[in-house]
Each structure stands twice: as structure tokens, then as C-alpha cells.
Design a protein around this ligand. Structure first.
Ligand code: NDP
Length: 321
């Protein structure tokens, strides 16, 4: 029987993760729906888990010898990290390698929302340019916008840098201000919403960021206001956003992420002043390859060098012997 270290792979994951890990480890692939059912002998050999899209305490407890959990994605809200930490298990994510892609997507989504380019393309494709003439002027423009970025971490900072050449005003809200940056700091989200007309959300899913983009924040942005979400749908009160877009309290919105993916509230899809994407901010071949490599490299580094590359802050790494 196989005596190699086994790595559990839960559900679907990028094929490159399997390819890389398969060279050194025995890969045990399990479907999420089946539950953590693996024979005892194999389960005992499982010392690492690679996962995209969540791992709860029951799954963690099912494998007593797990030392490291590698998440595909920088957002690791689906993993019970506190439980992992309490058991001395290291959790890793994929920071930085996706910053540029996600920031590029945020800018594209902002422009699509302001200028309605996806609709303009449909207009051409549907033959309406010939039949009905020029596409209607977009009500909004990037020109002169005052933009507030909610979350100025690794990705938020790249978004801010990209906004520089657009000659817009740039501010941000985080719990603590970042040193020596040329952007206006707001100590509360509300204060920022009152001072800007464009809000871009790129905060993680945490208990503190639950539905904080609410009716009050949206109405502070105003009728010319635009809301862009590339962080997590968790941060938005969907009912409030749909109402604000419907009654003109808010001008338009662009969303890459939703509360209960892949389900998108019907209320959004019937609105004209919204641009929607199916959570594709990091979804290019080169960026997903880099993320896959980092998932595998974290597990490889743990067993070969006794240290992971990118632990999450909740599970700081003690060197492995
Ligand atoms: P970072 O941890 O580098 O940055 C998070 C930022 O959010 C920090 O500036 C932090 O500042 C701020 N923040 C966190 N909590 C709060 C709070 N309660 N109030 C105000 N600000 C807060 O993360 P990344 O930039 O790497 O990624 C951010 C998130 O983006 C990910 O967690 C993920 O959910 C999402 N994401 C979405 C993608 C997509 O496909 N759409 C792709 C990649 C990421 P401070 O601690 O000072 O408050």
C-alpha cells in the first residue's frame, strides 16, 4: 500500500494543483457532497488539505493528522481558521499573485458601470446600430469622480494606483490609516460615503463587514453615485441596494460578487443601471495558474522545508521541527 504523505483535495480545484502535488504526494480527491468519508488507513496518512471554497470544523476534525490547509484564493472566509488555529493547523491563502488582475477588473467594472460598454456591445451585436442608430449617451462618466475605496489592503492599494492617471480624487477607509500615501483617509465608512460619489468595496468577509453597505451609505453617495463591489457580496444589503438603484437614490452599481453565489437576486437582473460579472476578478489563465502554484508550493514547502510561504495571520507559523 501507498506510504507517501497523502493530501486531501476537497471538491473541484485547478488541475495544476493536482499535477504539482501529485509528483510528491498521494492525492485523495473527495467530493464535498459525500462528506469526509475516507477509510481509516488512508485518513491517517492525510497530513495536508488543498481546497477551493470552504472547509468547516467537521471536515477539519475528520482528519486527525492534518498539519496544513492550503486555500485556493486570497479570501479564506470559507475556512474555519479559528478551529484550525486551535488545533495547531497552519492555513495558507494566495495573496499578492492576484492583486493586479483583481485591480484591473475593478477598473474595468467601474468603466463598464459608468459608460455602459457591455450594453453598447450588445446594441451593436443585436443589429440595433443599423436599425435604431447611435447607442444612447451614458448618463455617467469617470471624469471628475471622487472615489472612496473601502479596504486599502494589497488589492485596494493597486486599485488606488490605477485610479491615479484617471485624474479623479482618491480616498479610503480602513480601521487604521496606512502610512505616507497621497490619499485622503476617512476614519468611518459613513464619513467617506458622504464625501465621495463613487464607492469601491474590497474588504474581506468578516463579522464586522456584514451588510455594512446599507441604505444610509448608499444614499450618502447620491443620485450620481456609483457603487462597485469586487470584495464580497456579504458586505452588501442587497434589498437596500436594489431599492436605491430602482428609485434613483443611487445612480448605478457594478458587482462581481454576491451574497449567495451563484444565485443572483432577480431584483438586480431587471435593473438597467447595473453591470454584473460572475465572480471573475482573478479569473484569467495566467493568474489562476499563479494561484494554483502557490497552493501547491505552500504544501510542498511545509513538508520539504518545514515552513509555508503564505500563512494567514490567524495561524502564524511555528517552524515545523
Ligand atoms: P488585505 O487583507 O490585504 O486587505 C484588506 C483591507 O480591508 C485592509 O486594508 C484592511 O484594513 C481592510 N479592512 C478589513 N476589515 C475592515 C473593516 N472592518 N473596516 C474597514 N476596513 C477593513 O486583503 P486583499 O486586498 O488581499 O483582499 C481583500 C478581499 O478581496 C479578500 O479577502 C477577498 O474577500 C476579496 N477578493 C475578491 C476577489 C474577486 O474575485 N472578486 C479576488 C480576490 C480577493 P484594516 O485592517 O486597517 O482595517
Amino acid at each position: 500500500s501507498d506510504t507517501r504523505i497523502a493530501v486531501l483535495v476537497l471538491g473541484k480545484i485547478h488541475p495544476r494543483v493536482l499535477e504539482k502535488l501529485g509528483k510528491q504526494f498521494d492525492i485523495i480527491s473527495v467530493e464535498r457532497d459525500d462528506g469526509p468519508k475516507v477509510d481509516a488507513e488512508t485518513a491517517a496518512r492525510i497530513r495536508a488539505i488543498a481546497v477551493a471554497g470552504g472547509l468547516n470544523a467537521a471536515w477539519i476534525d475528520a482528519f486527525a493528522n492534518v498539519e496544513v490547509i492550503a486555500n485556493f484564493g486570497v479570501g479564506y472566509d470559507g475556512i474555519d481558521v479559528r478551529h484550525a488555529a486551535s488545533k495547531g493547523i497552519v492555513v495558507t491563502n494566495t495573496p499578492d499573485v492576484l492583486n493586479d488582475e483583481v485591480a484591473d477588473t475593478a477598473i474595468a467594472l467601474l468603466l463598464n458601470t459608468l459608460r455602459q460598454f457591455p450594453k453598447a456591445e450588445s446594441w451593436l451585436r443585436e443589429g440595433r446600430w443599423v436599425k435604431d442608430g447611435a447607442f444612447p449617451l451614458s448618463p455617467f462618466s469617470m471624469k471628475g469622480r471622487r472615489i472612496g475605496i473601502y479596504g486599502l489592503g494589497r488589492i485596494g492599494l493597486e486599485i488606488a494606483r490605477r485610479l491615479g492617471p484617471f485624474k479623479v480624487q482618491i480616498g479610503y477607509h480602513t480601521r487604521s490609516p496606512r502610512d505616507s500615501l497621497p490619499y485622503d483617509y476617512y476614519s468611518t465608512l459613513k464619513e467617506m460615503a458622504q464625501s465621495v460619489d463613487t464607492l469601491i468595496s474590497i474588504v474581506p468577509k468578516t463579522p464586522e463587514t456584514h451588510k455594512v453597505i446599507n441604505a444610509e451609505i448608499l444614499s450618502a453617495l447620491g443620485p450620481q453615485g456609483v457603487f462597485i463591489n469586487v470584495g464580497r457580496g456579504w458586505s452588501v444589503d442587497d434589498d437596500a441596494l436594489i431599492a436605491a438603484l430602482r428609485n434613483g437614490t443611487l445612480g448605478a452599481a457594478g458587482l462581481d460578487v454576491f451574497y449567495d453565489e451563484p444565485n443572483v437576486p432577480e431584483g438586480y437582473l431587471s435593473l438597467p443601471n447595473i453591470s454584473v460579472l460572475p465572480h471573475v476578478a482573478s479569473a484569467s489563465v495566467p493568474t489562476r495558474d499563479a494561484m494554483a502554484d502557490l497552493v501547491a508550493d505552500n504544501i510542498i514547502a511545509w513538508f520539504n522545508n518545514g515552513n509555508v510561504l503564505t500563512p494567514v495571520p490567524e495561524t502564524p507559523v511555528k517552524l515545523k521541527a
